[in-house]
Design a binder for this molecule. Structure first.
Ligand SMILES: CC(C)(COP(=O)(O)OP(=O)(O)OC[C@H]1O[C@@H](n2cnc3c(N)ncnc32)[C@H](O)[C@@H]1OP(=O)(O)O)[C@@H](O)C(=O)NCCC(=O)NCCS
Length: 211
């Protein structure tokens, strides 16, 4: 079974994150937008999913690579963060509400449950942090993401017409209701057990028994 590691996004992850962002979204966030949210770590929770690759990443990069790559490699080893970033997600806390601000998985790594694993970690963190409900906006045409969100108890509550300025597409506003309820925790537990990947969460304060 494939293993992925989920950890909090840090500044050294942003090069890989922005690479995926540019491929995936028509109006990609810039690096400084991510930096802005990472700096507000009391109110934000951003995570990355990695496929660990110790056999390659514990060796030093070839000597011809630039100093930036070497620095990144050393930092990765120090933090136990060796591997390829394949997806990420983010959430903002606004009072009792957790707003999912982004979620993406690289095209080559889809349909393996990585987005589900990221959503699971974010939902668990939200419950731990005293958040009571989750919300998000999603393009009307993005049925894949809507299907995923429904698995996490989101349902449609409103439409923001012409919300996305690149193509004037509507946003569907989705909402979960009370995520602290026993039923919601049961839903998360069931989703977690249905994953076909082995997920290692390297998030301080979150453990598998949280659900
Ligand atoms: C949406 C996205 C994050 C899903 O990532 P993923 O890792 O492939 O998703 P998972 O493998 O975890 O699949 C989770 C669920 O999504 C839905 N889903 C995934 N692929 C689907 C497809 N091709 N068609 C319909 N539903 C699909 C299913 O409900 C699936 O659950 P299931 O496997 O139990 O049926 C990914 O497609 C992506 O990055 N898309 C572009 C960015 C984006 O749209 N982000 C959301 C912005 S609101």
């Amino acid at each position: 079974m494939e293993t992925i590691e989920i950890s909090r996004m840090t500044y050294i992850d942003l090069e890989s994150v922005c690479e995926i962002e540019r491929i995936v979204f028509p109006r990609p966030w810039t690096r400084s937008m991510f930096e802005h949210d990472l700096a507000r770590s009391g109110y934000t929770f951003y995570v990355v999913a990695r496929i660990p690759s110790p056999s390659t990443d514990t060796r030093a990069p070839a000597s011809r690579v630039g100093r930036g790559v070497l620095k990144h490699w050393r930092a990765s080893l120090q933090t136990g963060r060796a591997g390829r970033i394949v997806g990420y997600g983010g959430m903002l806390r606004v009072g009792g509400e957790g707003r999912i601000s982004t979620l993406a998985v690289g095209p080559a790594y889809r349909n393996r449950g990585i987005a589900k694993a990221l959503m699971l970690t974010m939902a668990k963190w939200a419950i731990k942090s005293g958040i009571q409900w989750l919300t998000l906006e999603v393009r009307r045409s993005n049925l894949v993401a809507q299907n995923l969100y429904k698995k996490f108890g989101f349902y449609k509550v409103a439409v923001r017409e012409g919300y996305y300025s690149d193509n004037n597409e509507d946003a569907i506003v989705m909402w979960t209701g009370d995520i602290t309820s026993p039923n919601y925790k049961k839903l998360l537990g069931k989703t977690g057990r249905s994953l076909n990947i082995n997920v290692i969460e390297r998030i301080e304060g979150l453990v598998e028994t949280d659900l």
